[in-house]
Design a binder for this molecule. Structure first.
Ligand code: HAX
Length: 441
């Protein structure tokens, strides 16, 4: 991919020089302070990472290279007749920092098509797993099986110069993004559709072809996939999947190893698995109440029951956001446009009106508002994709766009191995008594 790779390299070289200058002049500037509580509480609020592809504002939500989701919906190229952005365009934007033209996006799409072949041993590896393995387990195992194809791994073993790391990471990132939809669709059709697989359609865009291979050729579902793959792609650098991919990559593990590690983090219920938990929770509520359309009073009662049982209300809360997630809002708008009368979608909206005041009343939850996962499942169910165990795989395919673009930047900027300092509570206690040294004092 001559042009995108060359364009990326040009941008990376110029930013690398700028960063060198910034650090030379301002490297000693203090950026914040760390409180004792923060090191026991998930490092919340500590700025300690650089991630070029997107930035999260607590009040406003995510911006990808400065563009909000509504701006992306307006400015990124679309499929013919469609109104949602093509995720390939977002990948281009995250990678090089400029909005792509329709032609730029076409080139990315065709490049991904050329790279999309998945070797048979990957499917054999998936087949070796019990059918009841969770789809995220199958996904991660398949990514690991695909690692045989890593250019980075082969070139490193052959003695690659460190100046070339970014080049091999770029090729692996493109290959992975190209192949993930085929792998994900294979897992879906294997587990839920009697192994009746669907061949790719080379005339479709990346997300449209993914929808097709999953077995959903409805134009509405294709549009949903384009939106879904765009809004789930990145959420700055500190979330578990992005941070893990970056961390593992910092040991110079190849992109397959790094991305698989990130996906293991995405599979946690406090992160990406929350999307399946939301629909599971709503289905259980509907079953228990024996109604397809629970009232707000019934929902409130069920929320209190969930909290009393010592469980979280899935899809609500966030470690950084303090307002309704704009990714939730984008999906709500999609629902209003395409399925305003769908009972499950309406239930999601009723939950939105019911849950925040209840969570707020507990007095301990910093963000009572919905996140991206509160809405996504209901839209999928509308088009017939009811197998909620699979939802996090969809999230994972999308997340590849952001974390792999970031990994290209990590190597192009020669970011070093990540290694923060940890302490023991014994050391903290003696430090509090004025004995012993801590944090380089
Ligand atoms: N339901 C019930 N309790 C909640 C809650 C929720 N939705 N959100 C937070 N809390 C609780 C916390 O568990 C914590 O309780 P304890 O003090 O008893 O341990 C307390 O409120 C304070 O938490 P916080 O500071 O507001 O939130 P954190 O930054 O620690 O955690 C989470 C953020 C997203 C993990 C949290 O809000 C949560 O568990 N939400 C539900 C799961 C979810 O939707 N996850 C997806 C998040 C978005 C994402 O990554 N998508 O992939």
């Amino acid at each position: 991919m001559g042009s995108l790779k060359a364009r990326f390299k040009e941008k990376a070289d110029s930013l690398a020089i700028e960063i060198k200058d910034i650090l030379k002049t301002h490297g000693n500037k203090v950026i914040g302070e760390v409180q004792l509580s923060q090191i026991y509480q998930g490092m919340r609020g500590i700025t300690g990472l650089v991630s070029e592809t997107s930035l999260l504002d607590a009040q406003e939500g995510i911006r990808f290279r400065g563009y909000s989701i509504p701006e992306l919906q307006e400015k990124l190229p679309k499929a013919e007749g469609g109104s949602e952005p093509l995720p390939e365009g977002l990948f281009y934007l995250m990678l090089v920092g400029d909005l792509p033209s329709a032609n730029d996006v076409e080139l990315v799409t065709s490049n991904l098509q050329r790279r999309s072949h998945v070797p048979n041993h990957v499917f054999d590896t998936i087949e070796a797993l019990p059918i009841n393995s969770h789809p995220m387990t199958q996904f991660v195992v398949a990514i690991m099986a695909l690692q045989t194809e890593s250019h980075y791994q082969k070139r490193y073993a052959a003695g690659m110069n460190k100046k070339d790391y970014w080049d091999a990471v770029f090729d692996d990132a493109m290959d992975l993004i190209a192949r993930l939809p085929r792998i994900a669709a294979y897992i879906y059709r294997r587990k839920y559709k009697n192994g009746e697989h669907i061949q790719p359609n080379g005339l479709l865009d990346w997300a449209g072809n993914f929808a097709h291979m999953l077995g959903y050729d409805d134009e509405g579902f294709m549009e949903l996939m384009r939106l879904y793959m765009t809004i789930h792609a990145d959420h700055e650098g500190g979330n578990v999947s992005a941070h893990t991919t970056h961390l593992v990559g910092s040991a110079l593990s190849d992109p397959y190893l790094s991305f698989a590690a990130g996906m293991n983090g995405l599979a946690g219920p406090l992160h990406g698995l929350a999307n399946q938990e939301v629909i599971k929770w709503i289905f259980e509520m509907r079953e228990e109440l024996n109604t397809e359309s629970p009232s707000k009073e019934q929902i409130a009662e069920y929320v209190r029951k969930t909290l009393t049982a010592g469980k979280v209300v899935p899809g609500y809360g966030h470690a950084v956001l303090r307002k309704t997630d704009p990714r939730f809002t984008a999906q709500m708008e999609f629902g209003k446009k395409h399925m305003p009368e769908d009972p499950l979608v309406k239930t999601v909206w009723n939950i939105y009106e019911t849950v925040p005041p209840i969570l707020q009343s507990l007095g301990k939850i910093k963000n009572p508002w919905p996140n991206v996962d509160a809405h996504s499942g209901a839209l999928l169910v509308h088009y017939g994709m009811v197998e909620y165990d699979f939802y996090t795989v969809l999230f994972g395919v999308s997340r590849a766009l952001g974390v792999l673009a970031s990994l290209c930047w990590d190597r192009a900027l020669s970011l070093p191995i990540e290694r923060p300092k940890s302490v023991t509570t014994d050391l903290v206690k003696s430090w509090l008594k004025g004995e012993g040294e801590i944090w380089g004092e």
